[in-house]
Write a protein that binds this ligand. Structure first.
Ligand code: CAP
Ligand code: MG
Length: 430
């Protein structure tokens, strides 16, 4: 072989100072055997922007301007600056195809993890962000300070629409604000979406009348995009003001479409993150939940599952805190990630769910505070006195946490909480 055959090194410039409008990514990476850190960094910046494996006979001059540059190398961490002209305004799938595309499969890398992307003002203004935001959600449900509360009828699939609506009614009557479909419940022969919506609307109205409280549901419209649009319309016509989307399995393109549709209908988007652990669980490879949460706030969900740290699914306290910060803050300064100024993008609510029960409420609120949505499902339907009592026990645990009273103390005067503590104590389920 004669002459230079690759040009990856032209995508590394440790003297480069990013421009104000550059989009910057932070990656964790492990070079394959025989590959230096600089060579690996060059491959990341090249393959995610304008480069390829070999030198080219013809190259437009513009490439020198728009190519990405690995500009900071620190052990196994690299920062890459991407000129804004690489990105189509408002196009989330294209962003992922660039910064989270081919690079994950490069042989020169043993592992690669996209940790964060710092989005410049010029880029974020081409996205809608949440329609309601935290203040909007609170005013929808007329909840001043406390966490929003919700539950999924359990078992997650198996009820008829009528039985599902009955469990929903019990949940609402126990004091919960929201009844959520589970991530894999959309429309089945025994629980058709239209049937569930109609029955839930009737019992929602009854529960509102009997309690004087606002009640709503997170009905799962996940599916083909046109079908999701139709179902969102049905929810609106039935008086629901929320819709649930499994955002990872549906994909960012459809979430962007539904953000437009739901915004026009005044419907808030609850983002379930089912499948996220396929790419965010391995600390050495994939995409961080932190970045997924950031992307979903940018695209415009109003709330997204963010972990519990104490429940049945993997998530550390640090990760849950960081995700809450990137969702709720206007200027984010998470020490291990990149700075982010959200400009006029509204804040979104972190949702905590997964193995929660009244005994764990203080620990979750200690991490998230009260600007969150708490979903407690098995933890109310498994209550010895049933769903309504279980919901009451969670509400009592929230009251105790908000006025700093020890749960055992509060349980002396609150039977449902006492029964929940007798059954589960402070168990951290696996
Ligand atoms: C919780 C849940 C949620 C998980 C999702 C479930 O039910 O409905 O989907 O919380 O996890 O199906 O497990 P339980 P995450 O309250 O009965 O555990 O919130 O981490 O995305
Ligand atoms: Mg679920």
């Amino acid at each position: 072989m004669t002459g230079k055959i690759d040009w990856y090194s032209e995508f590394v410039d440790l003297d480069y100072t990013p421009a104000k409008d550059d989009l910057i990514c932070l990656y964790y990476f492990e070079p394959a055997r025989g590959i230096s850190a600089a060579e690996a960094a060059g491959r990341i910046a090249s393959e995610s922007s304008a480069g390829t494996w070999t030198t080219l006979t013809k190259l437009p001059e513009r490439v020198a301007k728009i190519k990405a540059r690995a500009f900071e190398l620190n052990g196994r961490y690299v920062k890459v600056a991407y000129p804004i002209d690489l990105w189509e305004p408002g196009n989330a799938p294209q962003l992922l195809s660039g910064i989270a595309g081919n690079i994950f499969g490069m042989k020169a890398l043993k592992n690669l993890r996209l940790l964060d992307a710092s989005l410049p003002a010029k880029y974020i203004k081409s996205f809608k962000g949440p329609h309601h935001g935290i203040r909007g959600l609170r005013s929808l449900l007329k909840i001043e300070k406390r966490p929003l509360t919700g539950a999924v009828p359990k078992p997650k699939i198996g009820f008829s629409a009528a039985e599902h609506a009955e469990v929903a009614y019990e949940t609402w009557m126990g004091g919960f604000d929201l009844v959520k479909d589970d991530e894999n419940l959309t429309s089945t022969s025994f629980n058709r979406f239209e049937d569930r919506v109609e029955r839930m609307a009737k019992l929602r109205d009854r529960a509102e009348k009997e309690t004087g409280e606002e009640k709503d549901a997170l009905l799962n419209i996940t599916g083909e995009t046109n079908e999701m649009v139709r179902k969102a319309g049905l929810l609106h016509d039935s008086g629901f003001r929320f819709a649930m989307i499994d955002v990872v399995t549906c994909g960012t393109a459809s979430v962007q479409t539904l953000r437009q549709v739901c915004g026009d209908l005044g419907i808030a988007i609850h983002a379930h993150r089912a499948m996220h652990a396929a790419f965010d669980r391995n600390p050495r490879h994939g995409i961080s939940m932190y970045f997924l949460a950031k992307l979903m706030r940018l695209v415009g969900v109003d709330e997204i599952h963010s972990g519990t740290a104490v429940g049945k699914l993997v998530s550390t306290r640090e990760e849950v805190t960081q995700i809450a910060d990137v969702l709720r803050s206007s200027e984010v300064e998470v020490k291990t990630m990149l700075p982010q100024d959200w400009g006029t993008i509204k804040p979104a609510l972190p949702v905590s769910s997964g193995g929660l029960h009244p005994g764990l409420i203080p620990s979750v609120m200690d991490i998230l505070g009260s600007d969150c949505t708490l979903l407690v499902s098995g933890g109310i339907h498994g209550h010895p006195a049933g769903t309504r009592a279980g919901a009451r026990a969670v509400i009592q645990a929230i009251e105790a946490s908000m006025d700093g009273t020890d749960l055992k103390e509060y349980a002396r005067e609150h039977e449902e909480l006492s029964q929940a503590l007798d059954k589960w104590g402070y168990l951290r389920p696996k």
